[in-house]
Design a protein around this ligand. Structure first.
Ligand SMILES: [Fe+2]
Ligand SMILES: [Fe+2]
Length: 190
């Protein structure tokens, strides 16, 4: 029998399949996030493993279809709730997962629980160790618009702040991304 985490994983890939493409490159992002989550869970064994891993697989479930005016954290929370209810997931743990999902962007709702802080961290850290920034810069160049990626790098680095020790280890990578994107931006073709 499949575990609830495996079912959440399948649910995520179903969303991507249903949309028919993955313009936000969520599939590689989620694999990278899963790696970071396992790293954090090993480092902080007091965190609830199931809550963290479920939240990782459900946190971006609201992305597709696009375009939409709804914040994907809100839509992810709604879909995660429907999914967990169907699984008859215990109410208390469900609330814990939903908080992680809703607060993962560190915007209007901030992560309060330890697990939510891990999920927000994992979301940002996985951008730093994946190809997303360069791809985002490429997309903006093709559209001839200002590069949004600098702001994204800043936000991601800021959102690592719940774990200052690891944030400081990632400082070099953060600086390197900004340098790389600057060099890339100067190349004059679209
Ligand atoms: Fe997200
Ligand atoms: Fe994400």
């Amino acid at each position: 029998m499949k575990s609830v985490i495996e079912k959440a994983k399948a649910k995520f890939f179903q969303m991507v399949d249903d949309f028919g493409s993955d313009p936000f490159r969520l599939s590689p992002h989620l694999f990278e996030a899963e790696k970071w989550a396992n790293f954090m869970l090993e480092k902080y064994p007091r965190a609830d493993k199931e809550v963290v891993l479920l939240s990782v697989w459900l946190h971006d479930l609201g992305h597709y279809p696009v375009p939409t005016d709804v914040d994907h954290a809100v839509r992810s929370e709604q879909r995660a709730k429907e999914f967990l209810k169907k699984q008859k997931y215990p109410k208390e743990k469900m609330d814990a997962v939903l908080h992680c999902v809703r607060s993962h962007r560190c915007r209007d709702v901030m992560p309060q629980s330890f697990e939510a802080k891990i999920v927000a961290f994992v979301d940002s850290a996985s951008h730093m160790t994946g190809p997303m920034y360069l791809e985002m810069a490429g997309d903006d160049k093709r559209r001839n618009c200002e590069l949004r990626v600098y702001e994204k790098i800043e936000r991601d680095f800021r959102d690592l702040s719940s774990f200052p020790e690891i944030q400081s280890e990632l400082k070099g990578l953060y600086a390197a991304w900004k340098k790389l994107i600057k060099a890339y931006e100067r190349i004059d073709f679209k």
